[in-house]
Design a protein around this ligand. Structure first.
Ligand SMILES: NC(=O)c1ccc[n+]([C@@H]2O[C@H](COP(=O)([O-])OP(=O)(O)OC[C@H]3O[C@@H](n4cnc5c(N)ncnc54)[C@H](OP(=O)(O)O)[C@@H]3O)[C@@H](O)[C@H]2O)c1
Length: 287
């Protein structure tokens, strides 16, 4: 694929960083170069030569979105900005690849299919659902539903490794269940859909493999990283957040059904294998 026709928005985030590595010839911007929340800026931008916008920008602070300021920011980046990009895509005939989340659901069903109705619990999920709705108005769109994204940046695996480094035996929630989505897998999915010309639409886009709770994952992280003397205690989401103000409600079931993605010929990687490789790399970079 000629990657000079690709434009990456939100290029400095976890996914944006991985996309830049995959498409070194792509043009890209973060908020300093292009503020996608400004309809005027997006409209005035020179989109000539661009076929595809990869939107990796988002307001991802789930609890921050419950504050007065965060609510505005979440809606602005996760919904209004998507409308601005959709408008530019319509005007210039571009395809939009947009990333969605398990947080558009309340987590009472499993696995989540692409047909499930929206039922977001908190402001982040509501703003992401609005972004999905507007992205789907464009004919040439891919909406990819990811869960628990792990790449270059602040993420759950790095947080747990940080605790382990300090010798902390944590208590971790055991009633939220899902799979990790490594940015490497998300990039492979995006590349597969674009290069095979798969039908436009919404696709669940996580790694495959047996789902696990955050607590089970932490045990696996500690075992893979060799912190065998540290214990992980199970707790519940309710107990973990008890007495804390401004915490967003979280979906408990995040497992996504991958059949639609697999029907396009995509072969998923198991998150357990990717986790092992990720930890080996992390340990190498510490030494
Ligand atoms: N992280 C997860 O666990 C998770 C789970 C499911 C789905 N997702 C979705 O996956 C996608 C990628 O997530 P991620 O983990 O890579 O997020 P991330 O690391 O938080 O990156 C998001 C990027 O968007 C940038 N951004 C924010 N506002 C912007 C604006 N107005 N214009 C341009 N860029 C802007 C951010 O810049 P600043 O850092 O400067 O604000 C950041 O670099 C998002 O759509 C997210 O909703 C994530």
């Amino acid at each position: 694929m000629d990657d000079s026709t690709i434009f990456i928005v939100g290029a400095n985030g976890q996914l944006g960083t991985a996309l830049r590595a995959q498409y070194p010839g792509a043009q890209f911007a973060d908020i300093n170069e292009l503020d996608i929340t400004s309809a005027q800026s997006v409209d005035a931008f020179d989109w000539s030569g661009i076929d595809t916008i990869l939107n990796a920008a988002a307001y991802t602070n789930v609890d921050g979105a419950e504050t007065a300021e965060g609510r505005v920011a979440a809606w602005s980046v996760n919904a209004s900005a998507v409308a601005n990009l959709v408008h530019a895509c319509q005007k210039h005939g571009m395809t939009l690849v947009h990333i969605s989340s398990d947080y558009v659901f309340d987590g009472t069903k499993k696995p989540h299919t692409e047909e499930e109705s929206f039922s977001p619990l908190g402001v982040y999920g509501q703003s992401k659902a609005a972004g999905d709705l507007v992205a789907a108005t464009l004919e040439k769109h891919y909406i990819l539903r990811a869960t628990w994204v792990i790449g270059e940046g602040k993420n759950f695996v790095r947080t747990m490794l940080g605790l382990a480094e300090k010798g902390i035996s944590p208590s971790v929630v055991a009633d939220q269940v899902g799979r990790l989505t490594f940015t490497s897998e998300l990039v492979r999915i995006i590349d597969h859909l674009l290069t095979t010309g798969a039908p436009y639409g919404t696709y669940n886009a996580t790694n495959d493999g047996t789902p696990a709770s955050w607590a089970e994952m932490t045990r696996e992280i500690f075992a893979d990283a060799g912190y065998n003397s540290l214990a992980v205690t199970d707790t519940t989401t309710a107990a973990h957040f008890a007495g804390k103000e401004g915490v967003a409600p979280r979906p408990l079931e995040s497992e996504m059904d991958l059949q639609k993605l697999h029907a396009t010929g995509f072969e998923s990687r198991d998150w357990h294998d990717e986790l092992r490789a990720y930890i080996a790399k992390e340990k190498e970079s510490i030494q």
